[in-house]
Design a protein. Sequence first.
Length: 127
Amino acid sequence: MSDQFEPGSESADATAPVDPAVPPSGTGCLECDSSGGWWFHLRRCAACGHIGCCDSSPSQHATAHAAATGHPVIRSFEPGESWFWDYSENQFLTDGPELAEPQSHPLDQPAPGPRGRVPEDWKTRLH
């Protein structure tokens, strides 16, 4: 793994703009938690730790955060997943640095989540 991420490079990995020392902002989507919303899956900003909901979720807060801040690299915040995505290159990244713990939302937190806020017809509301 290189010390610098170079978008579009043949050995695409997620090492910059990434701050491995920054912990996640919480265990759920920051904006959904603030507004009483719900999410399908969670994504973590690799630059600042912001937790946002995925593009299949109704509000797509992870993508909105990347657009608003210029932080292009996210990592899955789902248990057992360690992939990255670079919005600036529209590229899936299989390699990247170990980020600060925790690596995912709690195992007892359902997806979709959070418990108690997911509507019964949630599958019809996905993008």
